[in-house]
Every structure is written in C-alpha cells, then in structure tokens.
Design a protein around this ligand. Structure first.
Ligand code: GDP
Ligand code: ZN
Length: 289
C-alpha cells in the first residue's frame, strides 16, 4: 500500500472518520474542519494490529453545506452537487420548507431539485397546485414512489457521477428512498470499533452504482436558514430577483414602494404568493446587511 494516498471521507463519528482510498476504507483520527465529502490526503500508519491513517491535508471544496447559527456557521458536508427535496402530500410539505432548501442550496453552490414522493397515493388539487409553482420555475422534478420503486431509475440517471443529500420532513420517505438506491437498510447503520462497541455514525456517504454518492446526515435535516445576509436572500428566488431589476427605485424594499415590479407581478399572478411571502419572511428574519 502506498504510504500517502488520496481519498474521500465517507463516514464520521464523534472523533474518528473513515477515508475511502482506491485500496481500502481506512480509519483516521478526525481532525478539525474535516467533514463527510472532503477529499483528503492521508498517510498510512501501520502497526502490528491495524492500519490507520493520519490526515495530512484537504483539497479545496467545490461546495460546502453549512448550518447557520446566528453569525456562526458549521460545515456539515462538503462537495455535494445536488440537494433532493422530498415533497409529499402526507406529511404535508410546507412551501416554506421547499423554499428554504432552494435558497440554502443556491447560496451554497448546490443544485436543488424536487422529488415528488408517494405518487401511489391519490393526490389532491392543492398539492398539485403546489408542485406546479416549482414546475414553472424550471426546477427539475421527479415523480416517484420510493415504496414501490417507481421511477427510481430516472433519479439514478440524473444523479450519475453526482453527490446528493436528500432532505424532507420526517416521514417524507428519505430512508425509504436511500434504501431503495443503496439496497441496504440505513437506519441500522453501525460501525464496530476496536473494543467491539457499536457507535452510530454522525454522517455517512454511500456509494451506489453509476458513481452516485448519497450523503445521509441527521444534522442536515433541521438546518435553520438564519445567518445569511439580508441582501443575499433574493438569490434563492431567481424569478423575483429577475423582476427586481425592473423596480423603479434601486433601493426598492419590494413591500410598499411605488413602481415595484415584484408587487405588480404579484398582483397580476405572474409571481406566486407563497414564493413572495417566503422571500419577504426569510429576508426580514435576517438582521445583518
Ligand atoms: P423519513 O422519515 O423521511 O426517512 O421517511 P421514511 O423513509 O421512514 O418513510 C416514512 C413512511 O412513509 C414509511 O411508512 C414508508 O413506508 C412510507 N413511504 C415512503 N415512501 C412511500 C411511497 O412512495 N408511498 C407510500 N404510500 N408510502 C411511502
Ligand atoms: Zn420592488
């Protein structure tokens, strides 16, 4: 085995991580500022009992998904290319949840797309209208049933060579979909350490055929949106941002100004009310410019 190797972090525990190199999955002592998805250089240390690795350096990240807590932020996963937002009629997915994730993804240089799960159930009109908001925005959408394995291949094709994290309310079907794609039961994922004690991982990356990487991280699920700058929020609302260029005043607040192009688009139904409301809500929740 070569002494210095490159690999990516596939699993994270409280103070250890697992790095996948071309040869093997090598346990390493976790160091600060390394997360699942990071590409790292490690030095192999072999003693009589085991092979371990020391992390020497990490490559610059192509994207980093961050959990914001006020002005502080903590990276949860690196090099994610796509966020798959699971939307279901039951449990009901709020547009606020969807818009929050579109915003978070776009501000993190990650592509968001929508997975309409549980299409085996009868869908009502208000739910179909909700999906239509996002179809109009040209966000990629897949209509699936994770439980019945319907249209899973389309997602597989879409995610070829990509790294995805699935987000959704509890009960939306994230585990079912992940199991379906990986062929394993992720809720029972465990690792035995040297003492034979089982520890549940904090965050895990699965590699599936077609070079698809799926990151499963409980820390992602309740990602708060606060901590962005007020003036960044509009970047998560492309159609609203586009309209804002036509507002009469440069410093239009888009709530009560004369000649606000967004408000007129809202009036004539060009912009959807829930998108507008979430934009204002997210923006006004932020204090810093
Ligand atoms: P998670 O909390 O997002 O991980 O959701 P789970 O994967 O645990 O799924 C929650 C429930 O929804 C389970 O009872 C699943 O069997 C069910 N479920 C998942 N996908 C589908 C689907 O496509 N159709 C139906 N009818 N139920 C589903
Ligand atoms: Zn305006």
């Amino acid at each position: 085995m070569e002494k210095v190797q490159t690999g990516f972090v596939i699993e994270f525990y409280s103070n250890a991580c697992l790095v996948r190199t071309k040869d093997a999955d090598i346990p390493c002592i976790a160091i600060k500022n390394i997360v699942v998805g990071d590409i790292v250089k490690i030095e192999i240390v072999q003693d009589s009992k085991e092979t371990k690795g020391l992390i020497l350096s990490k490559e610059p990240r192509k994207s980093s998904l961050q959990k914001k807590e006020g002005l502080r932020s903590k990276t949860i996963a690196a090099n994610i290319t796509h966020v798959g937002i699971l939307v279901t009629q039951e449990p009901k997915t709020a547009t606020e949840f969807i818009d929050k994730w579109i915003l978070t993804s776009l501000l993190s240089d990650i592509k968001p797309f929508i997975i309409n799960n549980k299409i085996d159930l009868k869908l009502d009109e208000s739910y179909i209208n909700k999906l239509n908001i996002y179809k109009k925005l040209n966000i990629d959408m897949f209509n699936i049933s994770a439980k019945n394995n319907t249209n899973i291949n389309e997602i597989k094709e879409f995610l070829e060579e990509k790294c995805v994290v699935f987000v959704g309310n509890s009960g939306a079907g994230k585990s079912t979909l992940t199991n379906c794609l990986t062929g394993r039961d992720i809720k029972t994922n465990m690792l035995s350490n040297n003492q034979g004690v089982h520890t549940t991982s904090i965050s895990t990356m699965y590699e599936v055929d077609k070079n698809i990487k799926i990151i499963d991280s409980p820390g992602v699920r309740d990602l708060p949106i606060s901590g962005w700058k007020r003036n960044q929020i509009i970047h998560g609302f492309a159609e609203i941002q586009e309209l804002s260029h036509n507002c009469k005043f440069n410093d239009c607040n888009h709530t009560n100004n004369d000649g606000c192009a967004i408000l007129s688009a809202l009036d004539n139904g060009e912009t959807h009310k829930s998108r507008y409301n979430n934009f204002i809500k997210f923006r006004d929740a932020e204090e810093n410019e």
